[in-house]
Write a protein of this length. Structure first.
Length: 105
């Protein structure tokens, strides 16, 4: 049974955006929304994770959790999903650029 998915991308190759737009609609630059089966969702995410390069991507889709959805990430991100007693929370990590600037001073 198809379910709604949202994939958000940042600085990914153009061919990946093209592949995602075959199955979803790019409602604003980098945000893809669609209704696909679990199998298609898994295959899309596998393709995203393999080709994200130096960019980043986030997948949100319905799941039988307390919140009603699950989050997957690929690439380098400052926001990292963590499990906290069954709830997904977002942990902010330090900005790598800020660390470089501090070490230069």
């Amino acid at each position: 049974m198809p379910s709604m998915v949202v994939i958000a991308t940042t600085a990914v190759p153009d061919h990946l955006r093209g592949a995602l737009s075959r199955w979803t609609n790019e409602v604003v630059p980098g945000i893809f929304v669609g209704s696909v089966s679990a199998r298609v969702r898994e295959q899309l995410w596998q393709a995203v994770a393999e080709t994200v390069g130096s960019g980043a991507a986030v997948l949100v889709h319905p799941a039988s959790t307390e919140q009603g959805y699950t989050i997957h990430t690929a690439g380098t991100r400052r926001r990292v999903p963590i499990d906290f007693d069954g709830l997904t929370l977002i942990r902010m990590t330090a900005d790598p650029k800020a660390k470089k600037e501090q070490s230069i001073r």
